[in-house]
Design a protein around this ligand. Structure first.
Ligand code: NDP
Length: 445
């Protein structure tokens, strides 16, 4: 890392103790940015990096609610409004027991650059809670969401901060959150949340967008080597929103997705995963992946273990941060891996990324590859602002154009900085320069 940037990074780490994921995300971005500061010393003079690493606002609040047995439960809520240089804060809410400030800050920090890469007018933010929706009834989830929004509502708005979903927050949760916002404010402010239902202000393609976009980006990378998804053997981690839609798109393009996972284990289905069945189990019945094995002959379910033990030519990590380590990366590379597309945020450890890059494997970092979700959220905001709703085909074409544009920006930036094929560098520099330019123009705030 450039010595000037290393000193700033060390200060950031010291000012934010105990936030390992935030440290990792900052370090990874800083490692790319040395050459930009050679060309733009004005960014250093204006302390752009120091300002970027300090969120504009951080909100932490108590979320009290009662469970079905009448017991009082207390969770912690977060919203980190990181950077509004390019537009209102935009980023999802994560409900998972592992959520604490360091996770929210890593996600919010990544979101700044991701949102810049989309070319849409959106700043970066993220939020969530340590609430675990798994095993909770609909009524409990509703009471939790209502309590969460009873505090959050005062901080958000269509021109201020626009949350969406992430792990543990899907259409059901967005519905309860939107209902409570509307009730408290007495405003039908569609643009305050994205990921809404189609009949009440949502956008077609938003549910599919992150997974579809990840596959589109990865397909563009494969194209640079004269290849495509057709005939690839693919392994996907996770079996949530991003994973299911990545599986659907990869198979529509001719790949065979042979494995996917949840936090309990993974399935191997050599014939190619039956997406209809997987959707029914996960989205309708809210079941577990092991239910898939029972319903489809010839499938094996591995309790525990790592889905990365299954060989593939393309892998799409779509579960969570740091789920693919250096050892797993080395094993995949030995067994013929061509490309990695990160559907999740920071799923590969720094060691894993180094293994992929040294081996010449095509590697798409999450902040570029999974930007289709937030880009389509911005399209949802556009439709809300114009009180319009677009067709599936039109919206999917917009998503495709945006993903191809992000790919090309990353590839061209990597070329321009003398590291062709380095999508990590391309994404970090491509996103950073847009935000830094806007921050310079807007003065010291
Ligand atoms: P979901 O809640 O729909 O699904 C998450 C999946 O990942 C589940 O299969 C879950 O398994 C698994 N998972 C979650 N945490 C862990 C863990 N600690 N260890 C192992 N497996 C885990 O979330 P999404 O699909 O929406 O999000 C997946 C990833 O994609 C996240 O990194 C998210 O930040 C990122 N992302 C999501 C976007 C979106 O539009 N939704 C946009 C951009 C990025 P289990 O059910 O067992 O917990």
């Amino acid at each position: 890392m450039d010595a000037r940037l290393e000193a700033i990074r060390d200060t950031v780490l010291a000012r934010n103790p105990g936030e390992a994921e935030f440290h990792q995300a900052v370090t990874e971005v800083f490692e790319s940015l040395g050459p930009v500061h050679d060309r733009h010393p004005e960014f250093l003079e204006a302390a752009i990096l120091e300002r970027l690493c300090e969120p504009e606002r951080q909100i932490i609040f108590r979320v009290p609610w009662t469970d079905d047995s009448g017991r009082v439960q207390i969770n912690r809520g977060f919203r980190v409004e990181f950077n509004s240089a390019l537009g209102p804060y935009k980023g999802g809410l994560r409900f998972h027991p592992s959520v604490y400030l360091g996770i929210v800050k890593f996600l919010g920090f990544e979101q700044i650059f991701k949102n810049a890469l989309t070319g849409m007018p959106i700043g970066g933010g993220k939020g969530g809670s340590d609430f675990d929706p798994r095993g909770r009834s609909d009524a409990e989830v509703m009471r939790f969401c209502q309590s969460f929004m009873t505090e959050l509502y005062r901080h958000i708005g269509e021109y201020t901060d626009v949350p969406a979903g992430d792990i543990g927050v899907g259409g059901r949760e967005i519905g309860y959150l939107f209902g409570q916002y509307k009730r408290i404010t007495n405003r039908y402010e569609s643009g305050v949340l994205t990921g809404k239902g189609i009949s009440w202000g949502g956008s077609l393609v938003r549910p599919e967008a992150t997974g579809f976009g990840t596959v589109i980006f990865t397909g563009e990378m494969l194209k640079t080597r004269g290849s495509s998804f057709d005939g690839q053997r693919v392994v996907v981690s996770g079996s949530g929103n991003v994973a299911i839609n990545a599986i659907a798109k990869a198979q529509a393009l001719g790949a065979t997705v042979v494995a996917c996972s949840d936090s309990s284990g993974y399935i191997v289905d050599e014939a190619g995963i039956d997406v209809g069945l997987l959707r029914r189990i996960k989205e309708v019945e809210r079941g577990r992946l092991k239910d898939y094995e029972v319903r489809r002959p010839g499938v094996s379910y591995v309790d525990g273990g790592s889905v990365w033990d299954v060989d593939a030519t393309v892998v799409l990590p779509c579960a969570t941060q740091n789920e693919l380590d250096g050892d797993a990366a080395a094993r995949l590379v030995r067994n013929g891996l061509l490309a990695v597309g990160e559907g999740a945020n920071m799923p590969s450890t720094r060691e894993a990324v180094a293994v992929f890059q040294e081996a010449g494997v095509l590697f798409a970092p999450g902040k570029a590859a999974n930007a289709g979700g937030v880009a389509t959220s911005a399209l949802e905001m556009q439709q809300n602002a114009s009180r319009d709703s677009w067709s599936f085909e039109h919206t999917e074409q917009r998503l495709t154009d945006i993903m191809v544009g992000i790919h090309d920006l990353c590839a061209q930036t990597a070329d321009e900085y003398g590291e062709p094929g380095n999508y990590v560098l391309g994404a970090n520099i491509g996103g950073f320069v847009k935000v830094a330019d806007a921050m310079l123009a807007q003065g010291l705030i």
